[in-house]
Design a binder for this molecule. Structure first.
Ligand code: 5AD
Ligand code: SF4
Length: 359
């Protein structure tokens, strides 16, 4: 068998190679993280880009089996930010030199919603002299809606495919037209067609998920030629159908380690994309995001949603930072980036070189 260090130096990786990398322990695991860090420094540099995250609404038309704000969960205080609240948060991001915003919310599809987001995008562009970059994460939409939002100023879109494995996808989602595996991947293609920088991702440590499936996920990301990725550990939520499998999951520390290895391996596979250190990582390990930066992640998304709503956007149990005033979390994040030896990417969009090279 090839020596592990030699394996890391390859230019391409088979599924078997990736499974071996994901199973690495001890010294091999350290080598992987070191290699990912070197590739990060030479391809995307030492900056960690900040995106102010606005959780615009926890109202969702879907019923994903893993998610705390699924439509069927009656124990959620549903909210929808007013235009004024969104614009105030955007102004805050602009004044604090975030460079970019992410507007994320449950999945809603209606003409009224499309128009409302379209207007908000134009207003945010206006209030920031066209300077704030805007990423959307609002689920699957029609081509027309994707286009209207792109034309109104959004230029990046995050839509996780959650799992590339058809069977697993249907075990964690209801088996109906609203939760179609096919439509999810079609939506990702449409985003590319409309001109967006495309981001996707998966949850790690789901019931029934094997290293083989995770290797397939990474290969699918490579095949889709994504520009951005956000992956995080699956964290159970007590009010969801998947909760009953909680005793069959791998321990949370393992889910975390596996997420770090997934980030590092993705950096090996596609060197010049943006990879986020996610909030779910911090749920498991208070230093989760720092560890992600050291393993190749170069984006962080501090939550700037008005504090009174943060408690209601609970996709999983024990989400951190729901009591933070936004000022606290911003300063905290800048300090964390510096303490970890990286440079905060202030006041810039921080697009992935991968997208620019494709132009
Ligand atoms: N644990 C971790 N991540 C979750 N998400 C939803 N529910 C959970 C959970 N229980 C993730 C999904 C979705 C993103 C917005 O949040 O991957 O795409
Ligand atoms: Fe809705 Fe997204 Fe949660 Fe699914 S994961 S229920 S689409 S918010």
């Amino acid at each position: 068998m090839t020596d592990f260090a030699e394996l890391l130096e390859q230019n391409s990786y088979s599924k078997e190679d990736i499974v071996r990398i994901l199973n690495a322990n001890g010294r091999d695991e350290e080598l992987l993280i070191q290699k990912a860090h070197n590739l990060r420094m030479s391809n995307v540099g030492n900056k960690v880009y900040m995106r102010g995250l606005i959780e615009i609404s926890n109202i969702c038309g879907k019923n994903c089996y893993y998610c705390g704000i699924r439509k069927g969960n009656k124990n959620v205080n549903r909210y929808l930010l007013s235009d004024k609240e969104v614009l105030k948060a955007a102004e805050y991001a602009y004044e604090n030199d975030f460079g970019s915003l992410v507007i994320q919310g449950g999945e809603l599809e209606s003409d009224a919603w499309t128009s409302r987001i379209e207007n908000l995008l134009r207003e945010i562009k206006n209030l920031s002299n066209n300077e704030l970059g805007i990423t959307l994460s609002l689920g699957e939409q029609s081509e027309d809606t994707f286009r209207r939002w792109f034309d109104a100023g959004a230029h990046r879109y995050l839509l996780r495919f959650e799992s590339s494995d058809h069977d697993l996808y249907h075990r964690i989602h209801p088996n109906d037209a609203l939760h179609s595996y096919k439509r999810r991947f079609e939506a990702i293609d449409l985003l590319r067609k409309c001109g967006y920088q495309v981001g996707t991702g998966v949850m790690i440590g789901l019931p029934w998920q094997t290293a083989d499936v995770l290797a397939e996920d990474l290969l699918r990301m490579k095949e889709l030629d994504i520009d951005m990725c956000g992956m995080g550990p699956y964290v159970e939520h007590h009010d969801t159908p998947l909760y009953k499998y909680k005793d069959e999951l791998i321990p949370v520390e393992e889910r975390f380690r596996l997420t770090i290895k997934m980030i590092a391996t993705l950096r090996l596979l596609i060197n010049d994309i943006n990879i986020a250190g996610t909030t779910a990582m911090q749920t498991i390990d208070p230093e989760g995001r720092e560890k992600a930066f050291k393993a190749g992640a170069n984006v962080v998304m501090p939550n700037i949603t008005p504090t009174q709503y943060k408690d209601s956007y609970l996709l999983y149990d024990n989400k951190p930072g729901t009591k933070d005033e936004k000022e606290d979390s911003t300063e905290k994040v800048i300090q964390i980036i510096k303490d970890t030896g990286f440079e905060p990417g202030i006041g810039v969009w921080g697009d992935s070189p991968h997208f620019k090279k494709r132009d």
